[in-house]
Design a protein around this ligand. Structure first.
Ligand code: DGY
Length: 293
């Protein structure tokens, strides 16, 4: 019998075509043999139980798996797969894009022009900061963090790294740019809180392309208002899709709506990797290379 797969949201046409080739697509998780889950779907024990005991794999359409209860999946012998590598460069590129947009006041200048404010070229007008010569602290030196460092080095930045065993508190005080690339786990929830922000230089900026809850967004708004740090560039938010109201009013904040992996090529590659994991488990009876559980 053709395995039944439930997809929790719209996927690119090319990915949908691949799914349709090998699987019977079903509207509900209940009764499915495999699930292709978007990051906006919470896959917890209750969700897995509602799907039923026939469920063998959940392929998550993303590298982050914080929307999935991995222990609950392991307890039910359900394979969980993610989509690493194919989005590394794209996500790093976005991190550097919003870093530069903030430092060089790109979004701020764009907003000013759209308000049709009077302006004139002058030597002291809207001066920004260059990435050249800056110390870039990469928090979470995994694939995306290291690629961000590599790209930033091309602009003259000097990367330093904070992993699980490194003294984040000390490094925060040295950095001009703090860029977050760690997964969201109970340990990294609110890793950047009021105390961490207070350790940063008043001239430093924070960049978050990882997961919103790694930052205490209310504490960040307080720190920006008080001048504890100089600015923030955020692609992810604590209560996504909501954004803390005050951040929307601040000129020294660049905001993008979770666009880290958002290119057609990358989104298709992610989808094909996820389909490959579904095929491995449901058609070939083997564990996919990109299984995390
Ligand atoms: C991921 O893959 O975890 C990204 O956040 C989605 O683009």
């Amino acid at each position: 019998m053709t395995p039944r797969v439930h997809v929790t949201g719209p996927v690119p046409a090319r990915v949908a075509a691949e799914l349709e080739r090998d699987f019977a697509l079903v509207d509900e998780a209940r009764g499915a043999d495999g699930i292709l889950s978007l990051l906006s779907t919470t896959v917890d024990g209750a969700y897995l139980d509602a799907a039923g005991p026939q469920l063998r794999i959940v392929a998550n359409y993303g590298v982050g798996v914080d929307n999935v209860d991995l222990d609950a999946a392991a307890a039910r012998s359900i394979v969980i797969a993610n989509t690493p590598d194919v989005l590394t460069r794209t996500t790093a590129e976005l991190a550097v894009s919003i870093m530069l947009a903030l430092l060089r006041r790109v979004a701020e200048g764009d907003r000013m022009l759209r308000r049709r404010e009077a302006w004139r070229f002058s030597l002291e007008f809207m001066l920004g900061e260059s990435l050249d010569g800056k110390t870039l602290l990469v928090v979470g030196p995994g694939r995306i963090g290291r690629e961000t460092a590599r790209l930033a080095e091309a602009f003259g930045a000097r990367p330093v790294y904070a992993g699980r065993r490194d003294p984040l508190d000390e490094l925060l005080g040295e950095a001009d740019v703090v860029s977050l690339h760690c997964p969201l786990t109970p340990e990294t929830h609110h890793l950047i809180d009021a105390a961490a922000l207070a350790r940063m230089k008043p001239t430093a900026i924070l960049v978050n392309t990882a997961r919103g809850p790694v930052v205490d967004e209310a504490a960040l708004a307080d720190a920006l208002r008080a001048g504890t740090i100089a600015g923030a560039a955020l692609d992810v938010f604590e209560r996504e899709p909501a954004v803390t109201e005050e951040l929307l009013t601040m000129e020294n904040v660049v905001l993008t709506p979770h666009l880290g992996s958002a290119t057609r090529r990358t989104r298709e590659a992610m989808g094909l990797l996820a389909v490959g994991a579904l095929r491995a488990v449901l058609l070939e009876g083997r564990r996919p290379e990109n299984a995390v559980v």
